[in-house]
Design a binder for this molecule. Structure first.
Ligand code: URA
Length: 246
């Protein structure tokens, strides 16, 4: 287990800036294993030691894995000059730590995983891993079996040809409803795949990424931590060493 400076641990958990955390220590509000801390620079093992601030035990978690039902209108980034970001939706102590695993367009809704685990993020996004992503979409125009066949062959876009994609028609008409599963995650990929057949995506929602399904109980803008079962599924799926396994 890693030893870390007390002020760093508390600042990372949202107890304030390092300077503010020093004040907490000065006021004798921080207690380590029953002993009042006197040095904000002292080293602690936050997973093993009992740390209380103003009498409340802190719940230290080194690794965070969050499922967000991304609403439209927010950008998949940690900072943006113009728009609200996905991390702005989270509590401060999580927001300062995590980043989104990949991007959804500003108008796309649905499953977004956020974490501070760079290795897991890399594994999920690596083209080599071919993590499949499933979307529900409403399409302006009639989606037919021809499109299903074309998608299954792989769709030629300006810059690359997609891997075979699974297209399932839920309803077909002036507005069609579909599910599509793609193996890559290129910029605007689903929209561009339909656009190449003169079809417009008017609503897009990601419902699955690899083994992780969007929790139907989460309203847009709501989030929760991944469960242990979901973490195990992810571990097995990406089959790579990651802090998520420890
Ligand atoms: N494909 C798109 O076109 N947009 C997204 O946000 C995700 C996949």
């Amino acid at each position: 287990m890693k030893r870390e400076r007390l002020d760093k641990v508390l600042a990372n958990m949202g107890f304030g800036t390092r300077k503010e955390v020093k004040q907490l220590v000065k006021k004798k509000l921080v207690v380590i294993d029953g002993v009042v801390a006197t040095d904000p620079g002292m080293h602690v093992i936050p997973e093993e030691q009992e740390i209380t601030v103003d009498g409340e035990p802190i719940h230290f978690k080194r690794w965070l894995y969050i499922m967000l039902n991304k609403p439209p209108g927010v950008v998949s980034a940690t900072e943006d000059n113009l728009h609200e970001t996905v991390v702005d939706l989270l509590p401060y102590e999580w927001a300062i730590k995590v980043f989104p695993v990949g991007r959804l367009d500003i108008d796309t809704e649905g499953l977004l995983i956020l974490t501070n685990d760079g290795q897991l993020s890399h594994n999920l996004l690596s083209p080599k891993k071919k993590v499949d992503k499933e979307y529900f979409a409403r399409i302006k125009g009639r989606v037919t079996d021809r499109h299903v066949e074309e998608f299954a062959r792989g769709v030629e876009l300006e810059d690359f040809t997609t891997l075979p994609a699974k297209l399932e028609i839920l309803s077909s008409g002036e507005i069609s409803e579909i599910r599509v599963t793609i193996m890559e995650g290129k910029f605007h990929q689903v929209k561009r795949m339909f656009a190449s057949f003169d079809l417009e995506v008017i609503y897009l929602q990601r419902v699955r990424m690899g083994p992780i399904h969007l929790d139907e109980n989460l309203e847009p803008g709501e989030y929760r931590e991944l469960t242990e079962e979901e973490m195990e599924l992810l571990q097995g799926y990406t089959q790579k060493e990651s802090p998520a396994s420890s």
